[in-house]
Design a protein. Structure first.
Length: 74
C-alpha cells in the first residue's frame, strides 16, 4: 500500500517514510530558506522550522499530485 506525507517543519529525509520517499511533499528546504534564512549547505541534520506558516508552503496542487501518484502506483 502506498501512502504520502507532507513535510515543512522537518526534513522528510530525517523523519519521512523510509520506503516511500517518492510520495512525499517536502517543502522543508524552502521553509528553512524562507523562515530561517538558511541555504541548503547551512542546514544541519536535525534542524526544525518552528514557524506556524511553514506548512502553508505546501500547495493543494502538490498534495493532489502525490495522492494521484500514490493511488495509481499500486
Amino acid at each position: 500500500m502506498n501512502f504520502f506525507e507532507i513535510y515543512a517543519v522537518a526534513s522528510s529525509r530525517l523523519s519521512g517514510p523510509y520506503l516511500n520517499q517518492q510520495y512525499t511533499v517536502d517543502q522543508f528546504e524552502n521553509a528553512t530558506k524562507t523562515f530561517l534564512k538558511l541555504n541548503a549547505e547551512q542546514i544541519k541534520w536535525r534542524t526544525r522550522v518552528h514557524n506556524r506558516k511553514a506548512m502553508s508552503l505546501i500547495s493543494t496542487a502538490q498534495v493532489k499530485h502525490q495522492i494521484k501518484k500514490a493511488l495509481t502506483n499500486n
